[in-house]
Design a protein around this ligand. Structure first.
Ligand code: CO
Length: 467
């Protein structure tokens, strides 16, 4: 057997804390360890995008662009990676093409090398503009399949979509198993089929939610997968990724040896452990998300969604309805065309499930986002919507069937004008585009701080979680 080094994407700076502590790790907790992490030889550091952008502005009162620049300043050798939700960017609606193009341009200009881009419905039309922009700006475009199960999601389906992804110009493909439902028994079939179909590298991304992810990684690597996503042990397992050190040890002295230095990894783990303990001490790391819940194999709830549901229910004093909500999720998912559950579909389905359970009647209250999905504004799902629920949402209005962004007029100019004097850097218009009210509040506080007014506005102790 020929030697094949397995590459590692380290996620502690993004997905790991997004999945365990609702994305609350601040930049100051990251900076001191970056130079050491840069020496490890990771294939890439996932450090930006996903929910980090929102959490920076909304809860940590940090400028996400500044975080990226500070990371880039200290990481000279390792590629920096981000997660982008296609036409949704890092927000929760579809943006016009000019906003998408400008966002990608600025992400790469500020230090990102690899952009992992996906669409919650696997509607590839929603990725066209971002992929084109990534290539134009000289970035690496990794397109992710949002992995899910269900009658429609056969190996033939994944092979077909992988072929389309390669034809779109992807530099690599990621199997994005956000809920940790890809099993050791199925992964060899899937990876083998993809390797036979495409020539670009295959990366595996999973979560330990159901407990099987480390074994799935082993089987996936044996079947030919090239790169795996792992997290430093203090922020690993549970709803997060398998632990980096464990996977490095798993492949040591095998044909897939990563070649990474376990001593160096131990020093990095020593750094992150007290940070993890701080989150446990102040209650922001709920032990619920650290265990194994095999029920996720039934409910398909991704890591970030699970920790958000826990806090959403806690806020409503309805923690005891946790399992009722989990049980409602498959039914809502089915009504909405059986999409994969990943941001934003996970939030939409999750919030609607909470509404259905707490109101005591299905769709008595329908969120704006649920209505938008049923109107076709997020693109096409694999299966049709429940016609009754769609009728309830739309009345006599016709749903849309084109690429949703084709209906959006350019937005940048208008956004720029609205932002006016709050703008201190080009990137501010993008923060404003994604989260208008939150960004505006942040800009006002930034102004206040710069004028020496109340630094306590930096609200680090905020216990509220994003909904
Ligand atoms: Co993930």
């Amino acid at each position: 057997m020929t030697e094949k080094k397995i590459k590692i994407t380290e996620t502690v700076l993004r997905d790991a804390h997004q999945s365990l502590v609702a994305t609350r790790m601040g930049t100051e907790d990251m900076l001191p360890i970056l130079e050491k992490m840069d020496q490890v030889g990771f294939y890439s550091l996932e450090c930006w995008g996903g929910a980090t952008f929102d959490a920076c502005l909304r809860f940590l009162k940090e400028d996400p662009w500044d975080r990226l620049r500070q990371i880039r300043d200290r990481v000279k050798n390792t590629k920096l990676q981000m997660l982008l939700r296609g036409q949704n960017l890092l927000g929760y609606r579809h943006y016009a093409d000019d906003v998408v193009e400008y966002f990608v341009q600025k992400s790469i200009a500020n230090g990102i090398d690899i952009i992992r881009v996906f669409d919650a419905f696997n509607d590839l039309r929603n990725l066209e503009t971002s992929v084109r922009s990534i290539k134009k700006e000289g970035g690496e475009a990794q397109i992710a399949l949002a992995y899910t199960t269900g009658a429609a999601y056969t190996t033939e389906y994944w092979v077909k979509i992988a072929r389309e992804i390669e034809n779109m110009g992807a530099d690599s493909i990621c199997i994005k198993d956000m809920a940790g439902i890809l099993t050791p028994a199925y992964v060899p079939e899937l990876v083998t089929a993809l390797k036979e179909t495409v020539s670009v590298p295959i990366q595996l991304h999973s979560h330990c939610t159901s407990g099987v992810a480390p074994i799935t990684y082993l089987k996936g690597v044996e079947a030919g997968c090239d790169i795996i996503d792992t997290a430093m042990s203090p922020f690993a397992m549970g709803t997060s990724q398998p632990a980096t050190e464990v996977m490095v040890e798993t492949f040591r002295n095998s044909p897939y040896d990563t070649g990474l230095d376990q001593n160096l990894l131990a020093e990095i783990a020593d750094y992150f452990r007290p940070i993890r303990d701080r989150f446990i001490a102040d209650g922001r790391l709920d032990p619920k998300v650290l265990g194994v819940d095999v029920k996720t194999l039934l409910y398909q709830v991704p890591g970030g969604m699970l920790s958000n549901l826990v806090s959403q229910l806690k806020e409503q004093n309805a923690s005891d309805r946790f399992y009722d909500v989990l049980a409602e999720i498959p039914s809502v998912r089915s009504d909405l065309g059986e999409p994969p559950l990943v941001t934003p579909s996970s939030q939409i389905v999750g919030t609607q499930a909470v509404l259905n359970v707490l109101m005591g009647e299905r769709y008595k209250v329908m969120s704006k986002e649920t209505k938008a999905v049923l109107h076709g504004e997020y693109g096409a799902t694999m299966r049709p919507f429940n016609p009754e629920v769609q009728k309830k949402a739309l009345g006599d209005e016709e749903p849309i069937t084109c690429r949703p962004a084709d209906l959006l007029k350019p937005e940048l100019h208008k956004l720029s004008e609205e932002l006016g004097a709050y703008k201190q850097q080009d990137e501010d218009v993008l923060s404003y585009a994604l989260f208008p009210q939150v960004a505006l509040d942040f800009f006002k506080e930034r102004d206040a701080r710069q004028h020496g007014i109340d630094p306590a506005l930096c609200d680090r102790e905020n216990k509220a979680y994003p909904v």
